[in-house]
Write a new protein. Structure first.
Length: 135
């Protein structure tokens, strides 16, 4: 998984919800892809930038998501900040209302890997390559 620029392991327990694509006979432009969410048992549903997702799985009781064009900025107060640095999909498949910054509550994230290297938190867990949670 070294080829995935950004991997976020969400805190356990967590799971993924992916909305289904709804086919329409009318052309819909600029709507973007169906939504992707991380669900937590307390009812929190965290929306993710689906157009940036290049990998997603549930393993070991947690969600793990890889992003192709996002960059980890770092912690800011009680949140982790990520910014969009490039588009993964063609412009015709993107919503003009897409966000360019993703903020996640730090307590909802177990670890962040950038270019295959541990980036957050301070104590390095197993790399995603060797993790029991990877495919």
């Amino acid at each position: 998984m070294d080829h995935i620029p950004l991997i976020i392991d969400f805190a356990a327990p967590s799971s993924l919800l992916r909305e289904r694509h709804r086919a329409s006979q009318l052309p819909i432009l600029g709507n973007g892809p169906p939504g992707t969410f991380v669900l937590f048992p307390d009812g929190l549903k965290v929306s993710l930038p689906t157009d940036q997702i290049v990998f997603a799985e549930e393993a070991g009781g947690r969600a793990r998501v890889g992003f192709g064009g996002m960059q980890f900025v770092g912690p800011e107060e009680a949140q982790l900040v990520f910014v969009r640095i490039r588009e993964v999909l063609p412009a015709s498949q993107l919503s003009p209302a897409r966000s360019h910054t993703m903020r996640l509550e730090a307590r909802r994230v177990a670890s962040v890997f950038v270019d295959g290297r541990h980036a957050w938190p301070g104590v390095a867990p197993t790399s995603p390559r060797n993790s029991p949670h990877s495919i």
